[in-house]
Design a protein around this ligand. Structure first.
Ligand code: PLP
Length: 352
């Protein structure tokens, strides 16, 4: 402690979900994809010429940038690649917000936003979600701020704002920056990426961690107007010149090239999400409709904290937060039908 900076002393770091070793758990706690990445990823990694690791990679991962640009229907200048989308989000705080430019976000959302704000000294404005956990757009619009961080679909609720409604919000505040965190957008079937051509105040952040089944590789990206991408590059190049390694870039480009596989796994997960939601409701949970690969299940016969603990004893990991408004909910990642059946069986046992 005596050697810590004030910042290191004062900050409360983000707490990621448990990653138990030697995983005998049915692991439904960190929204990983239950299916492996496309077989083309394994091919790209085994075919990677390791002699090339002698050299530094492309600083902006330009080949991957081009692959993402093709996939998203934009130009290379509209794409910024990062070490996980968390890094793009962090650099967005650094590039666009400070003690005078406040960042506004919901009270119940990705809890990393408040940590990044503290890390980079950004002022924050926290606007509560409505009673039903939907985004209070009118209150956010009325909030004095320089811009917004909005997870859409939101985490941990899974609730999505439609692209049409989001566009109205973006158009209503052209002097404010919108950073949309679309980590789960593939599971909702909607994205605001095409809007970046119309709105220079919009950056959309996406990840390879969820729908592409590549959480272990650490890669994400931002899409936006060139001026916004330049802002992110300024910060990246003041911190880490090569955040995306060459093997990672090749693997992620291979994943993008296999659109058929991606669509197939997304379809499996969303179909299973609807089945699991129905079964959880039958067990007495309140479960808002989800546009993500997880469900937010609560207000059941036992307190959520107790359900979390009992499930863990039974070998099933879900996520629970002791935070206001959400302490009576568990966030449950959609697994394979087999894993979800184990979850449901254990819940029935706990409730019996
Ligand atoms: C999982 C997640 C991310 C992605 O994190 P990575 O660093 O890309 O693995 C970003 N935002 C939200 C809301 C998430 O749940």
């Amino acid at each position: 402690m005596e050697f810590y900076s004030r910042r290191a002393r004062d900050i409360t770091p983000y707490k990621a979900g448990e990653q138990p070793k030697g995983c005998n758990f049915v692991k439904l706690n960190t929204n990983e994809n239950p299916y492996p990445p496309s077989p083309r990823v394994a091919e790209a990694v085994s075919a990677f010429p390791c002699g090339r690791l002698r050299l530094y990679p492309s600083p902006e991962a330009d080949d991957l940038r081009d692959a993402i640009a093709r996939y998203e229907g934009v130009a290379r200048e509209n794409v910024f690649v990062s070490n996980g989308s968390d890094e793009a989000l962090a650099l967005a705080f650094a590039a666009f917000f400070d003690d005078e430019r406040a960042a506004c976000f919901a009270d119940v959302t990705y809890s990393f936003y408040e940590v990044f704000a503290a890390m980079f000294g950004a002022k924050t404005q926290v606007v509560p979600l409505k009673e039903d956990f939907t985004l209070d757009i009118a209150a956010m619009r009325a909030c004095p701020c320089a811009g917004y961080f909005i997870a859409n679909p939101n985490a941990p609720t899974g609730i999505a704002v439609s692209a049409g409604e989001m566009e109205k919000f973006i158009a209503s505040a052209p002097d404010r920056l919108f950073v949309l965190d679309e980590a789960y957008a593939e599971f909702s079937g909607e994205t605001c990426v095409p809007l970046i051509k119309k709105y220079p105040n919009l950056a959309v952040i996406k990840t390879f961690s969820k729908s592409h089944s590549l959480a272990g590789i650490r890669c994400g990206y931002a899409v936006g107007a060139p001026a916004l991408i330049e802002g992110l590059l300024r910060m990246k190049n003041s911190f880490n010149s090569y955040p995306v390694d060459a093997v990672c870039a090749a693997a992620c480009a291979a994943a993008l090239a296999d659109g058929e596989y991606h669509e197939k796994t997304v379809r499996l997960v969303t179909k299973e999400r609807e089945r699991l939601r129905g079964e959880l409701e039958k067990l007495g949970f309140f479960v808002p409709p989800s546009g993500a690969n997880f469900l937010f299940a609560g207000r059941a016969r036992l307190p959520a904290g107790e359900i979390y603990r009992r499930l863990k004893e039974e070998g099933v990991l879900v996520r629970h937060w002791d935070r206001p408004r959400i302490s009576d909910f568990c966030r449950i990642t959609v697994g394979t039908p087999h894993d979800d059946d184990i979850l449901l069986e254990k819940l029935k046992k706990i409730f019996a």
